[in-house]
Design a protein around this ligand. Structure first.
Ligand SMILES: [Mn+2]
Length: 290
């Protein structure tokens, strides 16, 4: 694997050195509690590798978003139990926030979001989480685990952080009760997205001014991103996600984000490129929209 790029988009030092960069990519190949298909540990490397195939020029924004500077951090790599790992992720995010960087965490399984959100919570008093996902991840416990991919948004809500979930189409009876009884969770179901032209406004209007964005790639349709552990039919299309992100970055202050649950399939590069481009489009929308 000697052809591995040293950083996201293989940028020159001028545009990727830490001190020159407004954005920092944090690779977190953590995979410990996944339940069905495995492979998310290979996600960050696949995304960084695929990123080198993306044009620097953004055909929609008519600029090169990489001008903001994109540094790629060394992997946060370990096989600890979730409680220990989330602390490492939390501290890494805190140090980057202290240096005023825009963070893009690359999972790994969805559990990594909890560590990141904890880091943001020690820095920001008041913010929402927007989660694009097929699954609610609102279980109280899963296979006796409190902190895992299937409980991550429940743990976030318990921190007093409201969550808006978009693209949802798979959850348990227990989770449905929790959604009904909780004032801190708003769910935009995937089928509503197909039928309701106002779903983007509905999602954004329920968010606070500051937003942490978490993209589980299985929120998108498996026809465009089959490379994920728990695919569900009927997800968001590429331009639906871009429309949501574009409006979100205009109307809210997105303080940081993650892209999780990519489980690369050997020889199938489309999903890896899609995930890399989601990161690059987000950078463009964050820094180069009027
Ligand atoms: Mn999911």
């Amino acid at each position: 694997m000697s052809e591995l790029p040293s950083n996201f988009m293989d940028l020159d030092n001028e545009f990727s050195a830490y001190e020159n960069s407004g954005v920092v990519i944090v690779p977190i190949p953590y995979e410990k509690t996944v339940s069905f298909g495995k492979g998310t540990a290979k996600g960050p490397t696949a995304i960084i590798k695929a990123s080198t195939s993306i044009e620097l020029y953004d055909d929609e924004l008519h600029c090169e978003p990489a001008d903001i500077g994109i540094h790629t951090l060394k992997e946060i790599h370990n096989n600890f139990e979730p409680e220990r790992t989330i602390n490492l992720i939390k501290s890494a995010n805190e140090s980057l926030l202290e240096n005023d960087k825009f963070i893009i965490n690359l999972g790994g399984e969805h559990t990594v979001t909890f560590g990141s959100v904890l880091g943001f919570k020690s820095f920001y008093e008041d913010f929402s989480v927007l989660s694009i996902d097929a699954h609610c991840d609102l279980r109280d416990t899963y296979e006796d685990k409190k902190v895992c991919h299937a409980t991550v948004m429940r743990r976030v809500v318990e921190l007093g952080i409201p969550v808006v979930e978009v693209g949802i189409r798979s959850y348990s009876k227990e989770e449905s009760q929790f959604i009904i009884n909780s004032e801190d969770v708003v769910v935009i179901h995937a089928n509503e997205i197909q039928e309701n032209g106002d779903w983007i406004n509905q999602a954004i209007s329920n968010l606070k001014d500051k937003v942490y964005l978490s993209i589980d790639v299985d929120g998108l349709d498996p026809s465009i991103i089959p490379a994920t552990g728990t695919p569900e039919p009927g997800g968001l299309g590429w331009y639906q996600v871009l429309s949501l992100l574009k409006q979100l970055f205009i109307e809210r202050d997105v303080i940081g984000m993650d892209i999780v649950e990519l489980a690369p399939v050997k020889g199938l590069h489309g999903p890896d490129v899609l995930a890399a481009k989601l990161a690059y489009k987000s950078i463009g929308y964050k820094f180069f929209q009027n």
